[in-house]
Design a protein around this ligand. Structure first.
Ligand SMILES: [Mn+2]
Length: 482
């Protein structure tokens, strides 16, 4: 009992008392926009964005779960629905507009945050109520005022704003691409929550009889540590279902299945992690599960070694394919008469590893500015969500995978005779029950290399120990009412 109990209010010491750097973010967007569109003048340009509203659900008194507009959050650090910001490029003044007080709402929800408290909490120059928006916008005579979209914008100013501008989005996305120290600290905290939650799942098999209980275990530990939500719907699967990339069913029994795959990431202060771990239900990997696990781990480690500024993510993705090919030749799934080069040329590995090596991570799980090309005719690259060189301050996922899925085999192998003939089906069928393995870590690109923010182990021996120690416990060692 050496560890202290999780504190949902705990804030990392590194950011304690420091404000989310909204003004720096606005300044970065300003500089990038003026550089991209040289016809704009800093004297007559501004940005104005209104945050997301709370959306009601049809036919009842409930509402959809609130999710702040990520561009709004990036430029404000404010999680209040329908708040707005105005940033004047000339004065570099950032104004936050709090929603006008709705007295009916106060009956149910209490008083909203005051102007004084908002001034203390946020990195803005001025805080006023939203009834000042019209005057403030009208004061900017002759200005070009950019916004993301007009969905939440009040009617009287709609025609004074420029929505959906390509250069404006480019400037915001390029700015979000490189994380500053504050964002990195938030991501570190989210990563720590996620590590503990994965450890919770991995060590609680006596009470995890169904995929949904895997999901519940993760969410329980994440919330206890202060994560209000997940960055995406978790993928929790057992056995052959592990071969479905974005499996969302999460309700099958675990009994009689050898493998578990959980892809889940906690979100903290709107920044998300994205982590996948696989483990054996018995506490000991089966021969085939271990072989595939080690294949994927080798794909991930070899790509990891090459992560540094300047490295092309496409090259690393290709390297992962080549490592898979090498292992499949050794396992006999690919016939030995074909060379590694020949197998790569025929794109046989796509049938087992159809997705990309990884993607950018931040306010969104598939973060902006990755330059994906979903029209790419090359099946190796079509689902690669990051198509650019690495830079210091990017945060990416390194997540190779290997799947045994009837549909993938049909689409990527059986329709292509030149791929099909290279596969030894007698060997392949021995691996089908494994379903799939993916190992996913969250990586910060540093000045000379990388830092792995994900600390939960991916070492197969350590995983066996964690799972086995969990299995030794009785159900009454866990907090379960039913
Ligand atoms: Mn991912």
């Amino acid at each position: 009992m050496s560890k202290k109990l999780a504190d949902v209010k705990e804030i990392p010491a590194s950011i304690l008392g420091k404000k989310y750097p909204a003004k720096e973010h606005n300044l970065r967007v300003k500089n990038l926009l003026l550089k991209t569109n040289t016809e704009l003048s800093s004297d007559t340009t501004a940005l104005f964005i209104t945050g997301e509203r709370i959306e009601p659900l049809k036919y009842c008194d409930e509402h959809k779960k609130f999710r702040q507009n990520r561009y709004f959050y990036y430029l404000s650090g404010v999680n209040i629905p329908r708040a707005s910001i105005l940033y004047d490029f000339k004065t570099e003044n950032l104004t936050l507009f709090l929603p006008n007080i709705d007295w009916d709402d106060v009956i149910w929800s209490g008083m909203p945050q005051s102007i004084e408290n908002a001034q203390k909490e946020y990195n803005v120059d001025e805080v006023v109520y939203s009834d000042k928006i019209i005057d403030k916008i009208n004061n900017l005579k002759g200005y070009k005022i950019f916004t993301t979209d007009l969905d939440e914008v009040i009617e009287p100013i709609k025609n004074q704003l420029i929505p959906s501008n390509k250069d404006f989005f480019y400037a915001m996305d390029e700015s979000r691409l490189i994380k500053d120290w504050y964002e990195i600290e938030i991501l570190r905290k989210a990563a720590e929550i996620t590590d503990n939650s994965h450890l919770g799942v991995m060590s609680a098999l006596p009470i995890e009889l169904n995929e949904l209980q895997i999901e519940a275990e993760f969410a329980y530990h994440a919330k206890r540590q202060g994560a209000h939500s997940m960055g995406y719907d978790p993928v929790c699967c057992a056995g052959p279902a592990c071969g479905t990339l974005h499996y969302v069913d999460n309700t099958k029994k675990i009994e009689n299945k050898a493998s578990i795959l959980i892809d889940a990431g906690a979100e903290w202060r709107n920044y998300t992690t994205d982590v996948t771990r696989c483990f054996p239900t018995s506490g000991k990997f089966t021969k085939e599960h271990r072989e595939i696990y080690e294949t994927v781990l080798d794909m991930q480690s070899q790509a990891m070694e090459k992560i540094k500024p300047g490295a092309s993510w496409e090259d690393l993705h290709v390297l992962a394919h080549k490592v898979l090919i090498k292992h499949f030749l050794e396992l006999g799934i690919f016939k030995k008469e074909y060379s590694e080069e020949e197998l790569y040329k025929r794109k046989v590995s796509c049938g087992f590893y159809p997705h990309g090596l990884g993607h950018l991570l931040g306010l969104d799980v598939h973060d902006v500015a990755g330059n994906a090309n979903y029209e790419d005719p090359d099946p190796i690259f079509v689902f690669l969500r990051l198509r650019r060189k690495l830079q210091e301050g990017m945060v990416v996922t390194n997540e190779p995978g290997c799947y045994f899925n009837e549909y993938l085999l049909k689409e990527f192998i059986e329709k292509h005779p030149e791929r099909k003939e290279a596969i030894d089906y007698d060997v392949l069928k021995k691996y089908m029950y494994v379903g799939g393995v993916r190992i996913e870590d969250n990586i910060l690109v540093t000045k000379d290399g990388y830092e792995n923010l994900t600390k939960i182990t991916s070492d197969p021996d350590e995983i066996e120990k964690i799972v086995s120690n969990g299995l030794k416990k009785s159900r009454s060692d866990f907090h379960v009412i039913v």
